[in-house]
Design a protein around this ligand. Structure first.
Ligand code: SF4
Length: 430
C-alpha cells in the first residue's frame, strides 16, 4: 500500500555523508561539564536525588544553571569537599556517610540517590563507586545509591546523562519480565505521553521509557528487549543495554515531521505493524508537524548555518534543518561522532557537508568567520563574542532543555532557529 504521506527510507545505504571524511579536532574545548545534565534529569526522575560531590565551583554551576528551576523541594545539592577535608580519606568517607544519612533522614521521599563525581583533585581521590555500594547496603531496600561522574575532565554536558543512565542500567533496573520496547534518553513528560499514545495506537504493548518518571518504575531489560534511542549522546548507556542482551533498533532521531515518522516506522517495522495501522497512528501528527514547519520555511529556507560541537545533537538537527526546512549546512561539528548510532542521519545529510568531530575553538572560529553563516549554533561562551561581531547565534544548551522531539514539538523546534534570524532582520530594518 502507498502511505498517504512521505516516509523517508529507513534502510541503510551508502549515500549522503556516510563515507565522508571528518575533520578531527583535538584542541581547546569550551563546553559545560556533565554536571549540567542534573538540570534536566532531576526534573525527570521523581523520587531521585542528585548529590554532587564537588567543590564550590560545582555548587555555583549547578545552582546558577538550575536555580531558576528549583521549586519547593529541590532534588539536587552539593556536598562540598575541599582541602580541609584532606586529613585522611577515611574522614572523607565518614563525612560523605554523614551527609547522606542526614539527607535521607530528612527526605523520606528519596528512593534513588546518585552520588555525582566531579573534577577537583580531592574528589578524584574518592572511590565513589565503593561509597555508593557501601551506602546502598546500609539504606536498601528503601533507597538505592548509585554513582557516576559529571567531571569536566571526563564529560561534556550531555555525557552526564549518558553516565547517569549507564549507571542505572548497570545497577538499578528491576529483574522482572523484560520490557519489549524501551525508548532510551530523557524526554519531557509531555513528549513521553505523546509517544506512548502513538505506540498504543500502533498496537505496541509493554513499552517503557528510560529513565522513567519514578525511580521505582524503571523498565526491566533482557534479551527480548529492543530499544530506540531518543537522544544521540548515549553511547555508554547503549553499550550497557547491549551487555544485557537488548538490541538497538537503528533509526534517525525523532526531530521534525520526517525524523519522527522514520523513528516510529523503524519500531513499527521491527514489530510487524501493518502500513495501514502505522498510517492511522501517525498520519495526523505528521500533517500537524508539516503545517507547523511551513510557518517557518520563509525565514529558514536558503539560510546558512554553522554548528560548533557542543551537545552531540548537531547531526540530527542539521539533518532536520536541511531536509525539512531547506537550510544550507556550512559545517556540522559534534564532540563525538558515533557512526553506528548516527548512520541514518549521515545518510540523509547532503553529500559534501563539512563534518568535524572534537573541538579546537580557534580553528573552528576561523572557519566560521570565513564562511559568514547566517546562523551559528554554539555554546554560551562563544555566543556573546560572535553576536558582538554581528553573527546571529543560537545557544545549543537551549536545544537540550527544551522539548523538541516528536510531531507536536516540530514547529517549536523550527521556531528556535527562526527567532534569532527574525530578530536580526528586525534590527537590520531599524
Ligand atoms: Fe567545574 Fe569540574 Fe565542578 Fe564541572 S565538575 S563545575 S568542570 S569543577
Amino acid at each position: 500500500m502507498n502511505l498517504p504521506f512521505r516516509v523517508p527510507a529507513s534502510e541503510p545505504s551508502a549515500k549522503g555523508c556516510v563515507d565522508q571524511p571528518v575533520i578531527r579536532e583535538r584542541g581547546q574545548r569550551e563546553v559545560f561539564c556533565g554536571l549540567t545534565g542534573i538540570v534536566w534529569l532531576h526534573r525527570k526522575i521523581q523520587n531521585a536525588f542528585f548529590l554532587v560531590v564537588g567543590s564550590r565551583t560545582c555548587a555555583h554551576l549547578i545552582q546558577s544553571a538550575a536555580g531558576v528551576m528549583i521549586f519547593a523541594e529541590p532534588r539536587f545539592a552539593t556536598a562540598i569537599i575541599d582541602e580541609r577535608d584532606l586529613a585522611g580519606l577515611a574522614d572523607i568517607d565518614d563525612e560523605l556517610d554523614r551527609v547522606v544519612n542526614r539527607l535521607l533522614d530528612r527526605r523520606p521521599d528519596i528512593e534513588m540517590l546518585f552520588l555525582v563525581g566531579s573534577c577537583p583533585s580531592e574528589v578524584i581521590k574518592l572511590d565513589l563507586k565503593r561509597a555508593a555500594q557501601r551506602l546502598s547496603k546500609i539504606h536498601l531496600p528503601r533507597v538505592r545509591v548509585l554513582n557516576y561522574s559529571g567531571s569536566g575532565i571526563e564529560t561534556t554536558f550531555t555525557q552526564g546523562e549518558d553516565a547517569c543512565l549507564a549507571a542505572l542500567v548497570a545497577d538499578a533496573l528491576p529483574e522482572t519480565k523484560p520490557t519489549s520496547l524501551v525508548v532510551v534518553g530523557a524526554l519531557s513528560d509531555v513528549v513521553e505521553d505523546q509517544f506512548n499514545r502513538i505506540f498504543a495506537q500502533m498496537g505496541l504493548e509493554n513499552v517503557g521509557f528510560l529513565p522513567a518518571r519514578h525511580a521505582g518504575s524503571m523498565p526491566a531489560i533482557g534479551p527480548e528487549t529492543r530499544y530506540l534511542l531518543a537522544q544521540p549522546f548515549l553511547n555508554d548507556t547503549a553499550r550497557a543495554l547491549d551487555e544485557l542482551g537488548a538490541q538497538h533498533i537503528p533509526a534517525p532521531f525523532p526531530l521534525g515531521a520526517n525524523g519522527t515518522t522514520a523513528w516510529l516506522k523503524a519500531a513499527a517495522d521491527h514489530f510487524g505493524v501493518s502500513d495501514e495501522r502505522f498510517a492511522l497512528a501517525t498520519e495526523a501528527g505528521h500533517k500537524r508537524a508539516e503545517k507547523a514547519l511551513a510557518a517557518h520555511r520563509e525565514t529558514l529556507t536558503g539560510k546558512s548555518i554553522f554548528f560548533f560541537p557542543d551537545s552531540q545533537l548537531e547531526l540530527p538537527l542539521a539533518r532536520f534543518l536541511h531536509e525539512e526546512l531547506g537550510m544550507q549546512l556550512v559545517e556540522v561539528g559534534t564532540p563525538y561522532l558515533h557512526r553506528q548510532h548516527l548512520r541514518h542521519e549521515l545518510e540523509r545529510l547532503p553529500a559534501g557537508t563539512i563534518l568535524s568531530e572534537g573541538q579546537d575553538v580557534d580553528r573552528q572560529l576561523d572557519r566560521c568567520r570565513e564562511s559568514k553563516p547566517d546562523l551559528v549554533v554554539c555554546g554560551l561562551g562563544l555566543a556573546n563574542p560572535l553576536e558582538a561581531e554581528g553573527f546571529s547565534t543560537k545557544w545549543s544548551i537551549e536545544l537540550v532543555f527544551t522539548p523538541i522531539q516528536g510531531y507536536d514539538q516540530a514547529g517549536d523546534l523550527a521556531g528556535l532557529f527562526a527567532r534569532p534570524l527574525n530578530r536580526q532582520a528586525r534590527l537590520g530594518g531599524l
